[in-house]
Write a protein that binds this ligand. Structure first.
Ligand SMILES: [Zn+2]
Length: 62
């Protein structure tokens, strides 16, 4: 574990908003990988969950 893990919650709404604003300003698009299948996700909802719609539905149905 690094000191950063203790001090920074890397998945807060504020961090996402900042990243989004910075990326948009620079002409980038943010993406995260699905934690289940590794597929790249670009929609805000999928990125927030770190999981694509299909895998999210599967996880809920478990
Ligand atoms: Zn997936």
């Amino acid at each position: 574990m690094t000191p950063q893990d203790n001090t920074i919650d890397h998945d807060t709404d504020l961090d996402r908003a900042l990243l989004e604003a910075l990326a948009t300003a620079k002409g980038y698009r943010l993406a995260t990988r699905c934690k289940s299948c590794g597929h790249w996700l670009t929609s805000a909802r999928s990125r927030a969950a770190h999981q694509g719609p299909k895998c999210r539905r599967k996880a809920v149905g478990k």
